[in-house]
Design a protein around this ligand. Structure first.
Ligand code: NPQ
Ligand code: MG
Length: 371
């Protein structure tokens, strides 16, 4: 397959409700969508980078720039490319995992559309559907939080994740546990907002009382040794998100005892193929792994659901119905069936953007061609 052009398209979708984390409030999803044109088929990719570098150092304008000037030219210079060729072709460029992942996803999609194989099958999926979890933002009051959780439980979500930060942790977790009982699968995510100071450690230790599945990323991303220390002080398992940037860092984190559960986000680790390598590592070590999310449109959501259908993904992912985030999704919406999402079986990622939605949401388009 020869790649002839890379289209970079910015889309802006309003969220159904503001989403607050320890790093800020989100009211829209400003995503970078990649379309590759090849001599076989076209392929779609989605970049996880936000408009501002708050979750990680990457941001949409920066990702678009590095794709335009450094990554796309390297792909366009190849005579032949499959999804498997993208990582090696881009390895000379340091960093920018989300930008690289978006290109790899688009090339995988195009190549698989050419052969008729689904991404799920290509990655090694073993399940026709995946359990759906929901990530709930920080709320202004515990009553409002409990109302939101009640709605999601009624919708059928099989696991709830509460975003937390210092000062908004014990009380909301206690309230949700009291209202929904011990059967609710419950976990928390701090996005690195805590430290090893006594007051922070005391708050995290207090969460041990609530039978949480895990605490996700309590400390900043580069604090691997700190997480190992914290793990020795807590009963609740530590799961790392931002700290896990590759299969190599996953192995290091596990060897150090920095975490006992791993969150895999294809964008954060540079692509779906590296995500599979992390999955394989965790499966071999008997470590639980689950698929995270970054407010993906239906494009990224489809690919994440395909990944989460691999055998080692034993915990429900941050894989929600489209309606959790968007009144109108770019693709046909993903909907819950008894708390699960159906793994797409069509060629490639199995979904395409709806033309009229794409036109309505697009804020800018740029085309990169050979020369
Ligand atoms: C997490 N996701 O697990 C992330 C955080 C997050 C569903 O909680 C744009 C880009 C918006 C990246 C919002 C969930 C984002 C983003 C949230 C990442 O830590
Ligand atoms: Mg997280």
């Amino acid at each position: 397959m020869r790649i002839d052009a890379v289209e970079l398209r910015r889309v802006r979708l309003p969220l159904v409700a503001p989403f607050r984390t320890s790093f800020g409030v989100q009211t829209h999803r400003d995503a970078l969508i990649v379309r590759v044109c090849t001599d076989h088929a076209e392929g779609w990719g989605e970049c996880g980078a936000d408009s501002e570098p708050r979750y990680s150092s990457e941001y949409a304008d920066g990702a678009q720039h590095v794709i335009r000037h450094h990554l796309a030219p390297r792909l366009l210079a190849l005579d032949e490319a499959t999804g498997e060729d993208v990582g090696p072709a881009l390895a000379a460029v340091q960093g920018h995992p989300m930008a690289k992942a978006a290109l790899e996803m688009a090339v995988l999609d195009a190549a698989l559309r050419g052969t008729g194989e689904s991404l799920a099958h290509h990655l090694g999926a073993v399940r026709p559907e995946v359990d759906s979890g929901v990530s709930v933002g920080i709320h202004d009051s515990v009553d409002a939080l409990c109302d939101t959780v009640a709605r999601h439980v009624t919708e059928g979500y099989r696991r709830v994740k509460l975003k937390v930060e210092p000062g908004a942790d014990i009380e909301p977790v206690a309230a949700v546990r009291a209202r929904f009982g011990s059967e609710l699968m419950l976990q928390v995510d701090a996005n690195g907002a805590y430290s090893l100071r006594d007051d922070d450690v005391d708050a995290l230790r207090a969460l041990d009382a609530f039978d949480l599945i895990l605490i996700e990323q309590p400390l900043p991303p580069d604090e691997l040794a700190g997480h190992a220390t914290l793990a020795s002080l807590l009963a609740t398992p530590i799961c790392l998100d931002e700290s896990i940037t590759s299969a190599r860092t996953a192995r290091l984190a596990l060897d150090l005892g920095a975490c006992s559960i791993v969150n895999v986000k294809p964008g954060r680790v540079g692509g779906y193929l590296e995500a599979v390598r992390i999955h394989d590592l965790c499966l071999a070590r008997g470590v639980a792994v689950w698929c995270g999310g970054m407010l993906e449109t239906g494009l990224g959501r489809a690919a994440n659901v395909a990944l989460a259908a691999l055998a080692g993904f034993t915990l429900p992912g941050d894989l929600s119905a489209s309606a959790r985030y968007f009144a109108d999704d770019l693709t046909e919406p993903f909907v819950l069936h008894d708390g699960r999402l159906t793994v797409p079986t069509g060629p490639g990622i199995g979904v395409v953007p709806r033309h009229e939605m794409l036109a309505r949401c697009t804020t800018a388009v740029e085309l990169v061609t050979r020369d």
